[in-house]
Write a new protein. Sequence first.
Length: 242
Amino acid sequence: MILENVWFEGILDMIYPRCCPVCGEIVLPKGEKICPRCLKKLRFVHSPTCKCCGKEILSPVQEYCFDCSRRPKAFEYGMPLLNYEKYARRSVTAIKYKNKREYLDLYAELLCAKFGRRMQAISPDALVPVPIHKKKRRKRGFNQAEVLARRMGRILEIPVWTDCLVRTKNTQPQKDLSAAERFQNLKEAFAVEKDLNGVDAVVLIDDIYTTGATAQACTLALKGAGVKRVYLAVICIGNGER
């Protein structure tokens, strides 16, 4: 099966050469998912980090970032891959608004390479993608968090539940709101449509974490439905303190 997949991907790469998630040009050398020079442009999250969201912080003696110390979160902790800066921002924007979902292959592999052992140690019952509203899904054609979760699930051999958490409110874009407004905007925006009593742990999957309003709303919905522990894994985290 692995050889068949490698063969298929090789044929696919000949017909539709893979483009780099950073520069947008055809990736060289072939077989890679990002140009080696472009990989160096992405700023990966490094220690010290917040014990809650995983955001970079200024001092190793500091436990939490300003945002988490001010607004405690209900999830156990976050596992962010990249700082939400120039190249990562452009790449994620292309995924969401230019249908560059193939870029998620790279980010799924990088997330699993960095946090795979930790996620498997958690022994989650499933990966749960943050849902988007059905109107937005119809317009965009896909949910980037769901695509990412499915690709991570295949790598880690962890089930992916796409049918338990739904977005019930088509809220206004979070980017236009203050931190306080974001939390209010997402209040009761998510619901659970699956019996989760007895579920020990899930890993919530999303593309971007800024104030944590979305992750918090999803976590409260999941815990309210019976999940004991919720963790978070995201491609990018914003508003770093350095």
